[in-house]
Write a protein that binds this ligand. Structure first.
Ligand SMILES: NC(=O)c1ccc[n+]([C@@H]2O[C@H](COP(=O)([O-])OP(=O)(O)OC[C@H]3O[C@@H](n4cnc5c(N)ncnc54)[C@H](O)[C@@H]3O)[C@@H](O)[C@H]2O)c1
Ligand SMILES: O=c1ccn([C@@H]2O[C@H](COP(=O)(O)OP(=O)(O)O[C@H]3O[C@H](CO)[C@@H](O)[C@H](O)[C@H]3O)[C@@H](O)[C@H]2O)c(=O)[nH]1
Length: 428
């Protein structure tokens, strides 16, 4: 099949490379010329394990990148993977996606065969029906051969390629049997090798499944954090408790790691967007609001634990970990951001370290000190907060002996407590 993928950001690049790997001919389209050039050079515009290899193999072969929409009518299916950033009230800004949807419609306005336009971006209901489908049809000038579908994406940063190529489930949102069959044809090479569940539904339900998925996972972590905070109050270990409840198949052992909370480009944006969409319908989503509230409180709780041992005014505090999770340099909504803000408010002198995410954080906080290693950050510090669970932090040991006062508050249960350091786990 020939697939066009519009938007070559995080999701677009990953799916374009993976579709090519599945044997499809792929045209990746982006308005950013630098991204297009990078892709055509067989390089990746984002850092993601395995992606560079796929691009090296398929660029100039089964994968071509361009700024032009000319390939759209020649293709069998078009995926739209454009950003849907947050507005101030938490709702999503559909502007860029709507413009791309309309331009896609224009590109297929004269097409005589049926064409499927698939929304890959995460969008709240009812926007497919109220904004995106009308934009495509407006562009296509009423051409009835054009159908709009929805295929939400569940990949995680740091494991995007393997998540895409070995999914638990695929969700095909289409408004006709033809649309569903088309999506089956796209994913057939993947389903030949992988036993994934396939959910066939309408586009609006497909868009809600994506939000329900992320809202459920974020709420699971917030619930675990709430329970973890209670465990800590009673001097109990939340990890021992969660290990036990994870043995219940109905709960599952995944996403039970309590700590400083969830960040990234998806959970915060998506939970706030579905809350805003619910409020728009005059529904008050109490559990989801509490999910956000618990998450917002965790960095403050960490500092309260630190304050039990260190007077923060003027103290030198090492922040270990700046990325929102390990294996990425992405700092979007990282818990390190509120942590640094809170430490600044308290008048601490901050020294921060991350194996890969120093540069983006320097842009966000140019006025704090950055260390070249965890050892350097700890040297002479009055206390440290561990915010990201990078493997290298698990091997820290004698580095703590160089601290002025070896107080460690661990937000990710990554440090091994031992004699000689004052250790506080956030929920254990
Ligand atoms: N990042 C993730 O892990 C992830 C996972 C699942 C779903 N999503 C969702 O997927 C969507 C895309 O996210 P992303 O992180 O890939 O976004 P992104 O911002 O990284 O990429 C969007 C790309 O679209 C391009 N673009 C903008 N307007 C265009 C136009 N008119 N024509 C062609 N290209 C255009 C931009 O130049 C950019 O390269 C969002 O809705 C997001 O919520 C993201
Ligand atoms: O037990 C856990 C698991 C995760 N986290 C935190 O949760 C956040 C998100 O982690 P993860 O889900 O691994 O990363 P993302 O790349 O944000 O992926 C989520 O968001 C994507 C974008 O929508 C979805 O496609 C994925 O399915 C969904 O997992 C990170 O800050 C983690 O530190 C915890 O605190 N405890």
């Amino acid at each position: 099949m020939h697939i066009t993928v519009i938007g070559s950001g995080y999701v677009g690049t990953t799916i374009a490379a993976c579709f090519a790997d599945l044997g499809h001919d792929v045209t990746a389209i982006d308005i950013d010329e630098e991204i297009v050039e990078t892709l055509n050079d067989g390089q990746s515009p984002i850092s993601e394990p395995g992606l560079e290899d796929l691009l090296e193999t398929h660029a100039g072969n089964r994968l071509e990148a361009t700024t032009s929409y000319d390939a759209v009518p020649e293709s069998d299916v078009t995926f739209l993977a454009i950003g849907t950033p947050s507005n101030d009230d938490g709702s999503i800004d559909l502007g860029a996606l709507e413009a791309a949807a309309e331009a896609t419609g224009e590109a297929v306005a004269d097409k005589d065969e049926r064409h499927l336009v698939v929304i890959k971006s995460t969008v709240t209901p009812p926007s497919i029906e109220t904004v995106l489908e009308p934009a495509v049809h407006r562009g296509a000038d009423g051409n009835e051969n054009i159908e709009v579908g929805m295929n939400p994406e569940f990949l995680r940063e740091g494991s995007a390629v393997s998540d895409f190529l070995s999914p638990d489930k695929l969700v095909f949102g289409a408004s006709s049997e033809w649309g569903t069959n088309r999506l089956h044809a796209v994913f057939e090479p993947l389903l030949e090798d992988h036993d994934a569940h396939v959910v066939e539904t309408d586009p609006q339900t497909a868009s809600m499944i994506k939000y329900a998925n992320n809202a459920f996972l974020a709420s699971k972590i917030s619930l675990v954090n709430d329970l973890g905070n209670i465990c800590k109050e009673f001097g109990l270990d939340a990890y021992e408790v969660m290990e036990a409840i994870g043995l219940d198949d109905r709960i599952s052992e995944q996403f039970l790691r309590s700590g400083v909370g969830w960040g990234g480009s998806c959970f915060p944006k998506d939970v706030n967007a579905i809350i805003a969409a619910a409020r728009e319908e005059d529904y008050d989503p109490a559990v989801l609001e509490a999910t956000v509230e618990v998450n917002d409180r965790q960095p403050e709780r960490m500092l309260e634990l630190l304050e039990d041992h260190v007077d923060l005014e003027g103290a030198r505090i090492a922040v270990l970990g700046l990325a929102f999770k390990p294996q990425t340099d992405d700092i979007r909504n990282s818990r390190a951001i509120p942590m640094i803000e809170l430490l600044k408010e308290r008048g601490s002198e901050i020294v921060a370290y991350d194996p890969v995410a120093v540069e983006p954080m320097q842009e966000r906080f140019p006025d704090i000190e950055y260390a070249a290693s965890a050892a350097d950050a700890l040297d002479g510090a009055d206390g440290t907060v561990v915010v990201t669970d990078w493997d290298e932090f698990a091997t820290l040991d004698e580095e703590f002996d160089t601290m002025a006062t070896p107080v460690v508050v661990d937000g990710r249960r990554i440090i091994e407590p031992r004699d000689g350091i004052t250790y506080e786990g956030l929920t254990w």
